[in-house]
Unconditional design. Structure first.
Length: 338
């Protein structure tokens, strides 16, 4: 069992178990010439907002949203509660430690798999079930004491933001505004609270490997220390420089399939830094397990024929886990040979 990094050990150098092979290290490949788009949700011109979301989805699969309606105090209380969890005494955190990926709440390090091979990732994580409240609230950690109230308020606010973004995206794809309501976004809402302690030598490590999210859409809040990078379509890695008070939004595999490849689920990774500890809250909006997912062909940029076959979200997750989240291998299982 790997010892969580937040348990207090001091590292003057990177332990061998965290050192990646040279060809897997991040290097200096991030591009400073590009930036992910910023969408202001306070504008009166809905057509403009819709276009910005669709354009961002086509080029990056990522964008930041400002004036999103989540109160500053709700965000700050959620973040401070999350950071406080990782400062708890070791014995209080380890009550939640598990290598069972189905368990929530679950505290773990790296990817938390007993059979994990290769270098460990430089992160600790608290996985939480957030919504429906009646399903998960009684399972939330009792410490820190303010976490439960903060989590309920934040989850409520972020679900509202995600719902609005999904309705705007549907309009931009030429679908009914409520297309993503119901089963397509009605699965349980989960959250990964990721904690990356300062690393003695970031050139040797990774916080998370390149991957695409399997769900519909992810909403991320972070402390602003930086570290998230996006692989731009046709380009290199782009640093995501979070704006104060903004939320970072990325589209998952389900959005790429439903939009028939019009929007993309971009690969992203996390690099470490030596300056500061970084905490992020990734909230995952996903379909119900038995929901059937299929492309909606509307012509134009969404194509004239479906690129993917219908499947259930449960089937997709089985393929995703078996393939280790590798983008091309996952999508190939559902593509229709033209």
């Amino acid at each position: 069992m790997a010892e969580p990094l937040s348990n207090g050990a001091a590292y003057d150098s990177v332990p061998e178990s965290y050192v990646f092979p040279v060809d897997k290290r991040p290097g200096n490949s991030a591009s400073s010439a590009a930036a992910i788009p910023v969408v202001d949700l306070a504008g009166d011109d809905q057509d403009k907002i819709v276009k910005q979301i669709i354009d961002a989805g086509k080029e990056f699969g990522f964008f930041q949203v400002i004036n999103h309606g989540v109160a500053d105090e709700v965000m700050s209380e959620m973040m401070s509660s999350a950071e406080e969890f990782f400062r708890l005494p070791t014995e209080e955190k380890m009550v939640h430690y598990s290598t069972d990926f189905k368990k929530v709440p679950r505290f773990y390090t790296s990817i938390g798999n007993e059979q994990e091979k290769g270098a460990l990732y430089w992160r600790d994580c608290l996985k939480l079930g957030c919504y429906p409240f009646e399903q998960f609230k009684d399972q939330w950690p009792e410490k820190p004491w303010q976490l439960r109230a903060a989590l309920e308020a934040y989850t409520t606010a972020v679900r509202a933001v995600a719902g609005r973004l999904l309705r705007l995206t549907a309009v931009g794809l030429g679908l009914e505004e409520g297309h993503f309501d119901g089963e397509l976004s009605g699965g349980p809402v989960l959250m990964n609270v990721n904690h990356y302690v300062a690393c003695p030598d970031p050139s040797l490590t990774l916080g998370l490997a390149p991957h695409c999210d399997p769900n519909l859409v992810t909403v991320l809040m972070e402390t602003g220390a930086g570290g998230l990078q996006v692989l731009r379509h046709g380009g290199g890695w782009v640093d995501v420089e979070p704006l104060p008070g903004a939320l970072v939004v990325n589209l998952g595999h389900q959005m790429e399939v439903i939009s028939n490849g019009c929007l993309m689920s971009a690969e992203h990774r996390v690099v470490t830094n030596a300056r500061a500890t970084r905490t992020t809250l990734a909230t995952f909006i996903m379909p119900e397990t038995g929901c059937t997912v299929a492309p909606v062909v509307t012509g134009g940029s969404c194509g004239e024929a479906p690129l993917y076959r219908p499947y259930t979200y449960q089937e997709f997750m089985g393929v995703y886990l078996a393939a280790g989240g590798e983008r091309d291998a996952v999508l190939a299982r559902f593509q229709i040979n033209q």
